[in-house]
Design a protein around this ligand. Structure first.
Ligand code: WQD
Length: 345
């Protein structure tokens, strides 16, 4: 059954593409807009191979209001938006703050204007546990204090949440669900879609898989002198498909539960803290592939330890991230092997 049309901005990206697949499985029609600044159009082939449905695709920048309005006129039935379109590299944001503020904030504000004009009912916003900074205690709940952002990237997430809140509190005729991700990892079990960073990976898992397959000589572990059991940082690594499914639950709730609050916030994590060294061990035991690594100095801006309390999402969304970490590591490795098979890297 057709549950209506959803616009997914940034839908050829890592989390976006996995969410498109889950939206289609749930019965939604999907329209993607993406400027392909950090993804490739052939991701649509992978989506189609998994779901059998090729989503409508518009190559375009959400900062361009003319492009956006033309899209909404072409697809008048759009009921909801999931907004992934944003620049998201912490380190790059330190070097190019204006690019990050312009891209991430203008995109959101254009979408909010279009929602009011075209009668869109809800927006799911892709936020991040980065807003908590170094939390006072773990696991982190949605009530944890928002700490001053340590990067322009993190600040754009905080400001975006405030913009959405102010617009809705001013009486906007739509709802929003804000999803604060912990660390998304892994790939679709089909190995047809996955994480494909441009250039040298900034994030841990793609660096691990590229080292395991021989693209990178060895992994640098940024510090083992933190006050944690094994000295390395601790994170909440959440399977990307589990994460994608939470977006569908959030959209269902906004569109099908009239009494749900106009704005809701959910932490999307597993509730388990795993250290960098534990993750490397999990990858090696799950795949049987060694990951050569060396311990180097700490990376500036790194949070020491952060993992989520997902009980609010578990209870309210009826959602749980329950994929075993070993399975997630195997999915990341299978994806890396598929890329090699296709001669992509
Ligand atoms: C994880 C841990 C590193 C690479 C960021 C953003 C977050 C989200 C995910 C977008 C840290 C260590 C990493 C490496 C390493 N971004 N590491 N060697 O920084 O927790 O989160 O990316 O949605 O909002 O803040 O993720 O994967 O970069 O690092 O030792 O080569 O792995 O020090 O402890 P991070 P990450």
């Amino acid at each position: 059954m057709n549950k209506g049309t959803i616009l997914v901005t940034g839908g050829t990206g890592y989390i976006g593409s996995h969410t498109v697949v889950e939206l289609q499985a749930a019965g939604y029609e999907v329209v993607i807009i993406d400027n392909l600044s950090n993804s490739n159009e052939n991701v649509l082939d992978g989506i189609e191979k998994i779901s059998g449905i090729r989503p409508a695709f518009i190559k375009g920048d959400c900062c361009d209001m003319t492009i956006l309005r033309t899209l909404f006129q072409a697809f008048p039935g759009i009921k909801g938006i999931i907004n992934f379109a944003a620049s998201k590299a912490v380190g790059e944001s330190m070097e190019k703050p204006v690019l990050y503020y312009r891209n991430n904030l203008n995109t959101l504000m254009n979408l909010l204007d279009c929602m009011a004009e075209f009668g869109v009912k809800g927006i799911v916003f892709s936020s991040s546990c980065t807003v908590y900074g170094e939390p006072d205690e773990n696991p982190v709940t949605e009530q944890a204090p928002i700490k001053k952002a340590t990067s322009p990237y993190g600040n754009t997430k905080q400001i975006s949440e405030e913009v959405i809140t102010d617009v809705i509190n001013a009486g906007a005729p739509f709802k929003s669900v804000i999803l604060r991700y912990f660390n998304p990892v892994g790939a679709h079990p089909s190995a047809e879609i996955g994480e494909l960073p441009n250039g040298v990976p900034q994030n841990l898992i793609p660096y691990i898989t590229q080292t395991a397959i021989g693209i990178r000589k060895e992994l640098s572990v940024f510090g083992n002198d933190y006050p944690t059991p094994d000295g390395s940082c601790i994170r909440d690594f959440i399977n990307v498909v589990d994460l994608a499914k939470a977006h569908v639950k959030a959209m269902d709730r906004m569109l099908e539960v009239p009494e749900s609050p106009k704005i809701e916030i959910f932490n999307l994590g597993t509730g388990n803290g795993v250290s960098v060294l534990e993750l490397i061990n999990t990858f090696e035991s799950a795949t049987g592939v060694k990951v050569p690594y060396k311990i180097v100095g700490r990376r500036a801006g790194d949070i020491e330890k952060v993992w989520g309390n997902p009980s609010h999402a578990n209870e309210v969304l009826g959602w749980k991230a329950d994929t075993p970490l070993a399975d997630t590591m195997r999915s990341a490795w299978a994806w890396q092997c598929k890329l090699r098979e296709r001669g992509i890297m």
